[in-house]
Design a protein around this ligand. Structure first.
Ligand code: SF4
Length: 281
């Protein structure tokens, strides 16, 4: 197997840090991640870097809904990652079209960050490029998303679990890991079985860390309670510095075991994509 370079796996990087919210309320509501993304967005809203955030909030169980957030309280209520794709880019477009929103930040998946970068570089239709009014693209680490109705029906049928009880879902080490309230160990569903729920495009997707975002964010098992932040662009690095300078986030150097874990996940995703491309394409 040809070893992959770190730059191939992670994309462009300026700074990689562990970060968490200084505000204890944010930290407590995001115990797994430290809430650095929320704090960073709160910093941008407070500093006037943007006047709206387009993100996904948890609406019911594992379902998510795209929203335009313009105030800190709503931002604090917005949940972390969702596991189904929601139409946040459509909402971003609507928000910027309406001119209610001057500049926006968007929290999205790696594929959505890629789409935003492409449309900024090669606008499809004159007048549809809103890139100058997108102040920040935050990309969330992503191993895959799945089709909601069939997955929730499967969870009920196979495990007697309702979507409201699910607290986290991740696709790693060849299986879907489903964390359920009140259960110590996650449900482990092998990819061969989960493949009917995972969106096919996700199995062909190579980008784990959102290499086209300004800042990428995710969690690592080796650093519970912290968010891993990867600042990639000038404005991403500046936003991170402002968050630190204005007391919204605290940061620490990302230790080697965290970097190794992220690189392993990135490599796992890249190799999975190659395998499925050989099968399907
Ligand atoms: S795995 Fe890739 S295609 Fe699927 S949601 Fe994540 S970034 Fe998008």
């Amino acid at each position: 197997m040809v070893p992959l370079e770190r730059s191939e796996l992670l994309g462009p990087t300026r700074r990689i840090v562990l970060a968490r919210a200084v505000d204890e309320r944010i930290r407590k509501s995001r115990s797994g991640s430290g809430g650095a993304v929320t704090a960073l967005l709160a910093s941008g809203l407070a500093g006037g870097e943007f006047d709206a955030v387009v993100a996904t909030i948890k609406s019911r169980g594992i379902e998510g809904r795209a929203v335009v957030i313009t105030d800190r309280d709503t931002l604090l209520r917005a949940a972390g990652s969702r596991w189904t794709l929601v139409e946040n880019l459509k909402l971003l477009h609507q928000a910027l079209s309406s001119y209610r929103v001057r500049k926006a930040a968007v929290v999205c998946t790696p594929c959505q960050a890629h789409f935003l970068k492409q449309t900024a570089t090669f606008p499809l239709v004159e007048g549809t490029d809103f890139s100058e009014r997108i102040a920040l693209v935050v990309g969330l680490f992503c191993m895959g998303t799945f089709s909601q109705p069939s997955f929730t029906a499967f969870l009920r049928r196979r495990f007697g679990v309702s979507p409201e009880e699910v607290t986290d879902v991740s696709l790693r080490e060849g299986a879907l890991h489903v964390e359920v309230e009140g259960r110590k160990a996650p449900l482990r569903i092998p990819v061969a079985e989960a493949v009917e729920f995972v969106n096919l495009g996700c199995l062909l997707c190579e980008d784990y860390t959102a290499s086209d975002a300004d800042i990428s964010a995710g969690v690592a098992a080796a650093a519970r309670g912290w968010t891993v932040l990867v600042a990639r662009t000038k404005r991403g690095a500046e936003m991170l510095e402002k968050g630190e300078a204005h007391g919204f986030i605290e940061t620490a150097q990302a230790p080697e075991d965290v970097l190794v874990e992220i690189l392993q996940r990135a490599e796992e995703k890249m190799r999975r994509a190659v395998e499925y491309k050989l099968r399907f394409v």
